[in-house]
Design a binder for this molecule. Structure first.
Ligand code: AMP
Length: 465
């Protein structure tokens, strides 16, 4: 769960980078960083917290140059501390290089152990650093060759932006294309970003998505496209959860509008699981498009029955259970005049531990709801993600060990129903069976073999029935 942004060839590179990161803030709120290059020197600023807290005018003024890359982070590998904040900056025999990574490598633990045994000294606990060490050890003469050699060894999810001291900006999307990465133009400058939402903010024109397994090198003469080593090219499996929850609804992901995909999920949900009710409400913000779809399909009016405070972060983000429980009330409150005496359909995009739904049902009943019907616009989350979405261990995923009826009793709703896997895939425009997408969090079918570390986690997390 991270966002990456880069701009090459613009007089205000770090200012644009700052804005681009703003529009990716939903992808990570733990730390933010920018690296800019000027006359062969890379300068870096990273800080914990939100983009608006991490940067001010003075900080940005200390990052001169026409090319910059940025990163917003939420840790899925490596702990939450400043030394793990990206972009990283390293010096090696090939020069200075900076790297920003969205995704998660599944074999980082093994590679790190191997590199450490050979004498590498790691500065962070992040999986990303493995790529830089592999590049430093590679024998190839140029940065592209070193990068290709390094990526031949790693497995998993990586959308990367790199920046060199000779002002090359390099974008990489892993062979499966798990995480998004898009290319745009801002006048003569090139921009790379996790999501098109940042292009709209900086007024860049969307050119295209990077292909899975593609490397683009952007330098003074323009952009060239290269491939990852052919032996690593596999079938594309973009993350379906980007559409379900993670990406911003105003972005295009995998060629599709995230808003429209969510709306269709809601429409399908209404077809699959209709219910007699007076009003459809959403769990804001991520549940809103699906709730609108449910309302449109069912003919039951949509209302804003829950109001979200925008001054607290996403509740899931807080690490401690005690805070998360409190956080739901801090974040959401019911509108009594909409809810009182009514039969309510509540649409949320996903149900992970069940904590949020349980609190919401209670909240709505306290506000006078006569019936509360939970509808989830994705299938039950049964497996953890090892490709870069923050999901708890298997034992904490309520659907890993409980039937839908049991979960319904836990959340105390009058009914609970989920969108089917086929319904979700139809909504994102995939063929039945989900060709082209990774939906391992709903099926347990991991498209890239997991490394030892991830397998241990899967095996050891007890699933009690
Ligand atoms: P839970 O209370 O654990 O069932 O969490 C469900 C809520 O968390 C839903 O409202 C989702 O929109 C949201 N959610 C689902 N996945 C994530 C995630 N990876 N990070 C943050 N929030 C999430």
């Amino acid at each position: 769960m991270c966002g990456v942004f880069g701009i090459h060839g613009h007089d205000e590179a770090s200012n644009i980078g700052y804005l681009g990161m703003h529009a990716l803030q939903h992808r990570g709120q733990e730390s933010a960083g920018l690296v800019a290059v000027d006359e062969g020197k890379l300068r870096r600023h990273v800080a914990m917290g939100l983009v608006s807290d991490a940067f001010d005018r003075d900080v940005l003024a200390r990052l001169p140059g026409r090319t910059a890359i940025g990163h917003v982070r939420y840790s899925t590998a490596g702990s939450s501390e400043l030394r793990n904040a990206q972009p990283f900056l390293f010096e090696y025999a090939g020069g200075a290089i900076s790297i920003a990574h969205n995704g998660n490598l599944v074999n980082a633990q093994e590679l790190r152990a191997e590199l450490e045994a050979q004498g590498s000294i790691f500065q962070t606990s992040s999986d990303t650093e493995v790529i830089v060490h592999l590049m430093a050890k590679a024998k190839e003469p140029d940065v592209l060759g070193r990068l290709q050699a390094a990526l031949r060894r790693v497995r998993g999810a990586y959308s990367l932006i790199l920046l060199t001291n000779d002002e090359k900006m390099i974008g990489v999307r892993d062979p499966n294309g798990f995480r998004p990465l898009v290319i745009g133009r801002l006048k003569d400058a090139y921009v790379l970003s996790s999501e098109t939402s940042s292009f709209d903010l900086v007024e860049a024109e969307f050119i295209r998505e990077m292909d899975p397994g593609e490397i683009v090198v952007i330098e003074k003469g323009g952009m060239t496209s290269h491939r990852l080593p052919p032996e690593s090219v596999t079938k594309p499996t973009c993350c379906v959860f980007e559409h379900v929850y993670f990406a911003r609804p105003d972005s295009l992901v995998n060629g599709k509008s995230v808003y429209r995909a969510r709306e269709k999920m809601g429409m399908r949900l209404a077809q699959e699981h209709p219910v007699e009710a007076d009003v459809v409400i959403a769990v804001p913000d991520s549940g809103v498009p699906a709730a609108i779809g449910y309302s449109r399909e069912s003919g039951i009016p949509f209302e804003m029955g829950l109001i979200r405070s925008h001054y607290v972060g996403r509740t899931f983000i807080e690490p401690q259970d005690s805070i998360r429980h409190f956080g739901v009330r801090l974040k959401l409150s019911p509108v009594r005049s909409i809810v009182d005496g009514k039969r309510i359909v509540v649409v949320d995009d996903s149900l992970v531990r069940g904590t949020t739904s349980r609190k919401i049902v209670k909240m709505l009943r306290n506000a006078g709801a006569r019936e509360v019907h939970m509808r989830i616009s994705a299938p039950p989350t049964t497996h953890p993600c090892f490709y870069g979405i923050d999901t708890p261990t298997r034992s904490e995923l309520v659907a890993a060990s409980h039937s839908i009826e049991e979960i319904g009793r836990y959340v105390t709703s009058d009914s609970l129903a989920y969108l089917s896997h086929a319904g979700m895939m139809t909504a994102v425009g995939a063929a039945t069976g989900g060709e082209g997408y990774c939906s391992a969090c709903f099926t347990g079918e991991y498209p890239v073999a997991l490394g030892e570390g991830s397998l241990v986690q899967l095996r050891t997390s007890r699933v009690a029935r």
